[in-house]
Ligand binder design. Structure first.
Ligand SMILES: Nc1ncnc2c1ncn2[C@@H]1O[C@H](COP(=O)(O)OP(=O)(O)OP(=O)(O)O)[C@@H](O)[C@H]1O
Length: 265
């Protein structure tokens, strides 16, 4: 099975001399759900830009879908949600922003409209479609940005903090979109709370921009020493069951924790 993204020896130094990532090797297989986690400033966004082909790393290579480097193929099959929702919202209406992806892909008008309507419905944007994006609240902008990335329906999604500014209701909707996505998902986040719901594998970026760990979600999320060293806190579920259950037994998702408590109470 060819990796969808294969990065070798990535190092990136910004013009002011800051080295954001150092000698990073990451291979993502088709259909994997991976979280790339790390403290603020560890280099996650820089790694996302490099993996998404949006920044030319100072050293190292990234290939896609088995050796491809063709930018056209990458653009068609891989979508990147950057940290700042403003980056997606550049048209005169929210509708045009969400339609942008399907239009780029040359989708027939009817299919494009269906896709936009379904996403608008899911993310509570139906009444906002004719508004200029700059007249949206922070959470609405975030939802519109998520909709415009999902509108591409890409094979591979690279998502930087998709839950950032949104409230609990839409956090769940976005989580369902992410877990329901029929492809590869890479989530970049400094908070581990949403990770058990989404990822089977977790990659930790250390404070120095190197990869500090790359393992099964349970192994990383229960490794308190590693998390403390890299400036991270275990997910709430792990904190809750700390000392009460062994690391192998701790329910990682809130749904599993609730089921466990229901059985014992
Ligand atoms: N354009 C830039 N020029 C110079 N240094 C930069 C630039 N962008 C980021 N950096 C630096 O590179 C390092 C990694 O930044 P990056 O944004 O990749 O981290 P991050 O893990 O995404 O952080 P956060 O969790 O805060 O979003 C930091 O030291 C940051 O200050």
């Amino acid at each position: 099975m060819e990796p969808v993204i294969d990065a070798r020896g990535l190092t990136h130094e910004y013009p002011d001399g800051t080295t954001a990532i150092r000698d990073v090797d990451v291979a993502i297989d088709p259909g994997e759900r991976v979280a790339i986690v790390g403290a603020n400033g560890s280099g996650k966004s820089t790694l996302q830009l490099a993996l998404g082909g949006l920044v030319e790393p100072s050293a190292g290579d990234v290939t896609y879908f088995g050796e491809t480097t063709d930018a056209e193929v990458v653009r068609e099959r891989l979508s990147v949600l950057l940290q700042d929702p403003e980056d997606y919202l550049f048209n005169t209406t929210v509708r045009e922003d969400i339609e942008y992806g399907p239009a780029q892909l040359g989708l027939p008008r009817e299919r494009a409209e269906r896709r936009v309507a379904a996403l608008a419905d899911e993310l509570g944007l139906a009444d906002l479609l004719d508004r200029p994006p700059f007249r949206l609240s922070g959470g609405e902008k975030q939802r519109a940005a998520v909709a415009s990335v999902f509108a591409f329906d890409p094979d591979v999604l690279l998502l930087d903090e998709p839950f950032g500014a949104v409230d609990a209701h839409y956090r769940e909707r976005i989580r369902d979109l992410v877990t329901g996505h029929d492809g590869t998902v890479v989530l970049f986040t400094p908070s581990l709370d949403a990770v058990p719901e989404i990822a089977d594998r977790v990659i930790v970026v250390g404070r120095d921009g190197t990869i500090a760990a790359d393992a099964a979600a349970r192994d990383v999320l229960t490794d308190r020493e590693l998390l403390a060293e890299t400036g991270l806190r275990p997910p709430v579920t792990v904190q809750l069951f700390e000392g009460l259950l062994t690391d192998d037994e701790i329910p990682l998702t809130t749904a599993d924790a609730r089921a466990y408590l229901r059985d014992v109470l």
